[in-house]
Structure formats: C-alpha cells, structure tokens
Design a protein around this ligand. Structure first.
Ligand SMILES: [Zn+2]
Length: 346
C-alpha cells in the first residue's frame, strides 16, 4: 500500500527552484533510514549511494523542486508583487493561498484580485497577467512587511494540503515531481543491494536541459540514467486523445522523445530493455512522445561522452497547478516497475 502520509509530507514541503533545502532534508532523512550513504552537493542535489554502490552505478533521479514565485517588490502599503519561477499558467494564480519562505520562517498570504462586481467586461474575459497580481500578507506598510522578514528574492509556493479522491487518486501541489520523489524513496528500500545511486535533483523546473541532474551525472559518471517524472494525462473532458494519449490508471509511461527531439531521445537499447522488463513482469506501461516539455533525462544524456537515458513517468492530470491528480495504482506500479528495472540494469 502506498504511504499517503509520506507522499503528503513531500507534496506539502517547500522547494521552489534554488530553495530546495526543506524537501532535500526530508529526502536525505528517508534515504538514510533505508541504509543509504547520503551527501548534499554544492548545487543542492541529494546524492544517495546504496551500500552496494561501486563505479558506473545505475543513476535514478527525481527532481525535488516545484514551480513557484519570488518576491519582486513590496509597495508602500505592504502588498507584494512577484515574479514567476518555472512554467505557471497565470489563470491558476488568482486567489490562491501562498506561503513565503523568509529568513524568519514561513509567512502566509493570499494572491488578491478585483472581485467580479468591479470588473469591466473585457477584464472578466481575459486571464489576469501575473504583473497585475499581488500578495496580501496582512501588512499595513512596506516597513511592517520588512519587519515580518520579507525581502526581495524570497521564494513563494502555493499552500495546499494533499487529499485522497475516492480512495484511488491523490491531489495536491508539486506532485510534479514529488510523486517522483516518493517513487524514488520507495524504490530505494527495494534496491539497496544493487549498484545504484539515487538522486533528488535541484532546479529541473528552470532548466533548459541542464542544472542539477546534469551536475550530478557529471560527478557520478553513471552507466545509465532513469529520470522519474510526471507525464501529462489527457483523460479529462478538456483534452482529447490526439493531444495526450496518456491515461490515469494505465500504468507508468515511457517517454520516448522529449521536446520534439530537442530533449532526450530515449536510448534504443535502454528502451528495449525497459519494454522487455515490463513484459516479463506483466507490468502495464504506456508510451509517449512529448512535443513540449522535457525531464532530467534531457540534462543527463549528453554528459561524459553520452549516458543512455530514459524518463519513466507517473500519469498526472492538471500538471503545474496546485491541484495535480495522480492515481495511487499508477504510483504503486511505477515503484514496482522501476525496482524491477534496477534488478536487471544495475
Ligand atoms: Zn517534472
């Protein structure tokens, strides 16, 4: 059975790109409980070596960071303007509850907006640009906001608890890629006698094929790399199958091509091994080709003369919102599948 409590802890923890300290600590602690030797590198990646880790290990990674915002400006009345960090749709920002990580600890706030009563017809039709949005933290002046600890550059994330839907699905913020982090931690318990290094990577959401995973792969020189991430599910009323073939409940997804080929193109031999393992163990799987978006595999494949890489993803609805939805059954199947892959590949 999936440990929904641990998944909730991961989802609700803080980890805007470049500010992954809190989520990194949870990951490090969980890896240590499973008997791994853990280091956090200069960049913020959590590197967990199994007791059987030698040269050329199989590297399996999941990114720890989440999309979020940064404090850009505090006005004289104490309201905060913010910049987005990572791909956020402006339509999901309005009227959200947020948390700002300051040097004095967490501060809660809400993203305010003009009520419908006061909107002009053209305003009501269009999504509000994030530059017109602001955060209300209850301060009455800039001085008071600063006294509360808020400074320019402070990271901001959504404030949202994880919930279970109908006993079968989970919904929460940052499931891209905390669901991958959860899968990685569960895989850790099952593959500690294998030559593996498991990595919680930093700054994937702001990478154009680089950052944390690339740095970790450069240093670790793995034989092969599996990125665990999320995949856009198309099984809801506003998407069609020809836009996204992936469905919830149909098992883990092998991402064959990312960003129309500008990202990772799954190594042919590794792809064949992955499919053979799924068939051998009768694990259902889905295949996808991504035209927009990529995973950490895109940051790793070109390192050290070429590292065969592939992404294995958990189908997810409403990605990059604070109400992403995944299936518990897919999560369990992904754990089982990646553990079996490590058995064969490491
Ligand atoms: Zn992701």
């Amino acid at each position: 059975m999936a440990d929904v409590q641990l998944l909730a802890k991961l989802s609700e923890s803080f980890g805007v790109p470049g500010h992954e300290k809190e989520i990194a600590q949870i990951m490090a602690e969980e890896f240590r409980k499973s008997g791994y030797k853990v280091d956090i590198d200069r960049f913020g990646n959590v590197i967990a070596r199994s007791p059987a880790c030698r040269k050329k290990p199989l590297m399996i990674g999941a990114h720890m960071d989440e999309i979020g915002m940064l404090v850009k400006f505090i006005n004289e009345k104490g309201f905060i303007r913010f910049a987005k960090i990572g791909g956020i749709d402006n339509r999901v920002l309005v009227n959200q509850r947020v948390v700002i990580q300051t040097e004095n600890g967490r501060i809660y706030g809400v993203i305010g907006s003009k009520p419908p009563h006061m909107q002009k017809p053209e305003e009501a039709k269009n999504a509000i640009d994030n530059k017109q949005l602001f955060i209300d933290i209850g301060a009455r002046s800039k001085k008071e906001a600063e006294k509360m600890g808020v400074k320019i550059g402070d990271p901001i994330s959504f404030d949202m608890q994880l919930k279970v839907l109908n006993g079968k699905l989970v919904t929460g913020k940052a499931l891209d890629d905390r669901v991958g982090c959860y899968v990685l931690l569960e895989v850790a318990r099952r593959v500690k006698n294998k030559n593996v290094v498991l990595v919680g990577t930093a700054q994937e959401e702001v990478s154009t094929f680089g950052k944390g995973a690339m740095i970790a792969a450069y240093n670790l020189e793995p034989s092969q790399f599996i990125a665990i991430d999320t995949s856009i599910a198309g099984d809801h009323p506003e998407m069609s199958e020809d836009e996204a073939v992936v469905h919830l409940g149909k098992g883990p997804v092998l991402s064959l091509v990312e960003a129309g080929g500008r990202g990772n193109v799954a190594d042919a031999k590794l792809k064949a091994s992955c499919i053979a393992v799924a068939k051998k163990h009768k694990i259902p799987y889905q295949l996808e080709v991504i035209e927009g978006g990529a995973t950490d595999a895109a940051s790793v494949y070109g390192e050290k003369g070429g590292i065969p890489s592939i992404a294995i993803c958990v189908p997810t609805r409403y990605i990059h919102s604070n109400v992403a939805v995944c299936s518990i059954e897919d999560i369990e199947k992904s754990i089982n599948y990646i553990a079996k892959l490590a058995d064969e590949l490491a």
